[in-house]
Write a protein that binds this ligand. Structure first.
Ligand code: CP
Length: 348
């Protein structure tokens, strides 16, 4: 593992004592009438996990932990973003991410606008930037954007004055999915030295990239495994190990994060047939027997049952797939809380 990874992990350990303080500050701020003082955070945008330090990822995860507690209360709402407006700008389909950001904004008492490209003036040729500038002109404080083009959120961050949160851009990153995956693992395991294997279509996966950046910064060991045609060239340079034979890796794996085959982004034949893919890389009950008894199964969804994951595995006792969805709300509350307040400052 790279020296910087160890240094980052050591910094995480050293910061563990500060974690409770960060959590207490965030939850107290969230609970108070008005906005109080947010935990230490300075970034107006969340565009990728690549750009975050180990400590910044820690702040978001710790804040999410406190918001998860809020979500167990009878009244699942805090006044932290009262008077603020969050706009969901989705130019690609979504079930979980869009809904999760909407619930997160409502739990923080923000107003929420849901914009979908279908049925909008995008169909008349309006550009992404013009659309976003118009939403901003209606006084949105934070824009959450999903787009098929890698770099779309960076473009908006340059052009807008409000906060921009990347909800998935092309094959680049999906930082809140990476955070909620890491949060779900961290609830159950110590990340230092943990072996996480991402299986499947790594080439087209923004989820894989966010996981790799985040997990390695926090001290985990990451392997990507899939057909050679679906492993992007140079992925080792960001710290991931590469494997093509899943059965040889499985016995050493603590967490399996199973990725969807992204048929919509594949322009060509990346493997001979779906059946062959399922035989070589599908996680069946039989294959899972080779893994450690306590192996944790994750999937960002939507999933193809019977192709990359058997239904019995998706619904079995190793699976934390629906916990990931629950944790997504707390993680997105933390992201909206910190980015929106970094943009506009606490209520005067
Ligand atoms: N995991 C994920 O991004 O799901 P959606 O495409 O439904 O948002």
């Amino acid at each position: 593992m790279a020296t910087t990874t160890r240094a980052n992990a050591a910094a995480t350990a050293a910061g563990a004592g500060a974690r409770a303080a960060t959590r207490d500050t965030a939850v107290a701020a969230a609970d108070r009438e008005g906005r109080g003082t947010p935990a230490p955070w300075a970034k107006r945008h969340l565009l990728s996990l690549e750009e975050l330090s180990c400590d910044e990822i820690g702040v978001l995860l710790d804040t999410a932990e406190s918001f998860k507690e809020v979500l167990t209360r009878d009244v699942k709402k805090v006044p932290s973003l009262r008077g603020k407006t969050v706009a969901n700008l989705f130019f690609e389909p979504s079930t979980r991410t869009r809904t999760s950001f909407e619930i997160a904004a409502k739990r923080l008492s923000a107003d929420i606008i849901n914009f979908q490209a279908a049925g909008s003036s995008v169909q008349k040729g309006e550009s992404l930037v013009d659309t976003a500038l118009n939403i901003q002109a209606m006084q949105a404080d934070t824009v959450v954007v999903r787009h098929a083009s890698s770099g779309a959120s960076q473009l908006l961050a340059r052009e807008l004055d409000c906060s921009v949160v990347n909800a998935g851009d092309g094959i680049h990153e999906h930082p809140t999915q990476g955070l909620l995956d890491i949060f779900t693992i961290r609830e159950r395991r110590d990340l230092e030295g943990l072996h996480v294997c991402l299986v499947g279509d790594i080439r087209h996966s923004r989820v894989a990239r966010s996981n790799i950046w985040g997990l390695i910064k926090l001290g985990a060991q990451v392997t990507v495994c899939g057909p050679p045609t679906l492993i992007p060239h140079g992925i080792e340079e960001i710290g991931a190990n590469v494997a093509y034979d899943l059965d040889s890796v499985l016995p050493t794996v603590d967490v399996l994060n199973i990725l969807r085959i992204q048929f919509e982004r594949q322009h060509g034949a990346f493997f001979p047939s779906i059946r062959e893919y399922a035989v070589e890389y599908g996680i069946s009950v039989e294959r899972l027997r080779q893994a450690r008894e306590e192996v944790l199964i994750l999937h960002p969804q939507p999933m193809h049952r019977g192709i990359e994951i058997a239904a019995e595995v998706a619904d079995g006792h190793h699976s934390a797939i629906l916990d990931q969805v629950t944790n997504g709300v707390a993680v997105r509350m933390a992201v909206l809380f910190h980015t929106t307040l970094a943009s506009s400052g606490p209520d005067s």
